[in-house]
Design a protein around this ligand. Structure first.
Ligand code: GDP
Length: 561
């Protein structure tokens, strides 16, 4: 390759980047195909634009019902794992090692011929971590609340995360077998948090259950089907598969494996695929019962063998037509990642002050404080904050140090994290660095609002810009009594208007700026003259224009930043 470069008199070392043009030249001679990351990304978007594809599939009647995908969330020890177990009618909790099935990150439950897919990892951290990577795989969140404990901090956190993701909620009030169970109190507390269940006049379905005795579990499944049916989860099984990685690890005997949830199409053994910068081919598929299968349709989980390396949870797996396509796309993604172009710009106060258009934007905040009292105070002053260009929204507020979950949520919601009297823990700091999340910590309330104000102030400073209006050619110098010289022009482009500024161009170069003092069509004073018409332009004091000059007219507009 360096030989070819030398032929073109380009000196480049092996680790030096080439511009696209040069790279193309070399590629041509080597008879290989290359594409710019942007092109590949565009092609990928064109090909995999979900919404478009969905519309097409929908129009051609190719969408089929698929199993709903459910995540279980709630406070620690409220019985998420037990409930999943009760649902599976296995007892992983009683002895995880004893379970016959091998976990592939999700499991499928069948109730009266209807399948439901449950994501195995309970908890909102997993849920939000997925979202942070752009994967919204859940159709329904089952919020588990223990009837004896009621709403606890992580219940509140879970509610906020789910509402933020716009995923419907179904409440399972668990542990109703306990003597001190008080489901009504739990429901009341939920209502105070905006989750109003049906018997409290709301529209959230609530099912009392006991993961221990199995009471209500069947009813819960029935309700899950009922609620998800309202949203009619559908997908086209007859197209190349798209899936989300829910888990990936190195297996001693089998090498790198990944559990995926197929979302569109059908994944088949032998399929070529790409996951971010990794290309591979499906060697084998294993379902949630540990059985080898040939294919897996949408809404269902499956374990994939045949990856060259472990991949990242939340990433997308896409089936492509050939090994070559897989390789090219994986390499392009890798290249884009290395050159930093794959990164999506994250919101930050510094970025905010650089933006310059006039659109009203939302500034989403994840707020953590040391005490509930401080939180109330801070919320008060943030909500009082009023600005015509910026709407502050609190997507999450909580007490305690800034955690990885907070950073993930900020990444998912494109928010910034504000800590008041609290700091990020070590893991959160790393996560924030990796994901480029703006994390700010303060110990005085007014500094927070002051910082935000400072960032916003930049948006209000006026700037001026020249807006092109039109072009006219000088055809004659006309002497007019009292006015001196007038430019007899033909408007060749756009329009010329009275009061506008013109740049006088001679051989393409600007020789003078002048103002259009008056504008005439025949004897009449006019306000503007459009393309194709002739007119007389009075440029005031400037009379040195020549035949053949071009007048380029523009108006100067003030633009609020
Ligand atoms: P998780 O942290 O939310 O996954 O909660 P677990 O499923 O690990 O359950 C926490 C504890 O509550 C365990 O000791 C379970 O045996 C117990 N538990 C879970 N569900 C029930 C239930 O319905 N009734 C009773 N009495 N105990 C339960």
């Amino acid at each position: 390759m360096s030989k070819i470069l030398l032929q073109h008199r380009i000196l480049a070392t092996i680790n030096q980047s080439l511009d696209l043009g040069t790279a193309r030249l070399v590629a041509e001679q080597l008879e290989v195909d290359i594409a710019a990351p942007e092109e590949v990304a565009r092609a990928a978007v064109e090909r995999f634009s979900d919404r478009e594809q969905f519309k097409q599939d929908s129009a051609s009647g190719q969408l089929r019902p698929r199993p709903p995908v459910v995540t279980v969330l709630g406070h620690v020890d409220h019985g998420k794992t037990s409930l999943l177990d009760a649902i599976r009618e296995t007892s992983v909790a009683a002895g995880e090692a004893g379970g016959i099935t091998q976990s592939i990150g999700a499991s499928v439950v069948t109730r009266q011929d209807r399948q439901i897919t449950f994501i195995d990892t309970p908890g909102h951290e997993a849920f939000t971590a997925m979202r942070a990577r752009g994967a919204n795989i859940t159709d329904l969140a089952v919020l588990v609340v223990a009837a004896n404990d009621g709403v606890m901090p992580q219940t509140v956190e879970a509610i906020q995360h789910v509402q933020n993701a716009g995923v419907p909620i179904l409440v399972a009030v668990n542990k109703v077998d306990l003597e001190d169970a008080n489901p009504d109190r739990a429901k009341q507390q939920l209502a105070e948090r905006g989750v109003v269940v049906e018997d409290f006049g709301g529209d959230v379905v609530c099912v009392p259950v006991s993961a221990k005795t199995g009471q209500g579990v069947d009813h819960l499944l029935e309700m899950i089907i009922l609620v998800t049916d309202l949203h009619e989860p559908r997908a086209n099984p007859d197209r190349p598969a798209e899936a989300t990685i829910i888990d990936s690890q190195m297996d001693k005997g089998r090498g790198p494996v990944a559990s995926v949830l197929v979302q569109e199409g059908t994944l088949r053994v032998q399929d070529h695929f790409v996951v971010g910068p990794v290309a591979g081919r499906v060697r084998a598929l294993v379902d949630d019962r540990g059985l080898r299968v040939d294919s897996c349709g949408p809404g269902l989980p499956v374990q994939v063998l045949g990856l060259p390396e472990v991949v990242t949870a939340g990433d997308r797996l896409q089936v492509v037509e050939s090994e070559k396509e897989a390789r090219v796309r994986a390499e392009s993604t890798l290249f884009a990642q290395r050159s930093g172009r794959a990164e999506v710009p994250k919101v930050s106060l510094a970025e905010l002050s650089r933006q310059s258009d006039q659109t009203v934007r939302d500034l989403d905040l994840v707020v953590k404080c040391d005490t509930q009292g401080a939180l109330e105070a801070l919320r008060g002053s943030l909500l009082k904050f009023a600005d015509p260009l910026v709407r502050l929204r609190l997507v999450y507020e909580g007490v305690g140090p800034i955690s990885v979950a907070d950073v993930d949520l900020a990444a998912a919601a494109n928010a910034i994290v504000i800590g008041f009297n609290v700091r990020p823990d070590a893991n959160a700091r790393v996560a924030a660095d990796n994901q480029g999340i703006d994390v700010r910590t303060y110990d005085v309330v007014y500094q927070i609002t002051e910082d935000i104000e400072k960032a916003i102030r930049g948006l209000h400073e006026p700037t001026f810009e020249e807006v092109f209006e039109g072009r006219a050619e000088v055809r004659a110098r006309i002497r007019v009594p009292r006015s001196g010289l007038i430019a007899g022009c033909q408007v060749t482009d756009g329009k010329i208007s009275r009061g506008s500024t013109v740049a006088v161009l001679r051989d393409g170069r600007e020789v003078q700026r002048a103002r259009v003092e008056s504008l005439r069509r025949f004897k009449d004073d006019v306000r503007e003259v459009a393309q194709g018409y002739e007119c007389g332009v009075d440029l005031g004091g400037y009379q040195d224009f020549l035949e053949g000059d071009v007048l380029e007219s523009f108006v100067v507009q003030q633009r609020n930043r």
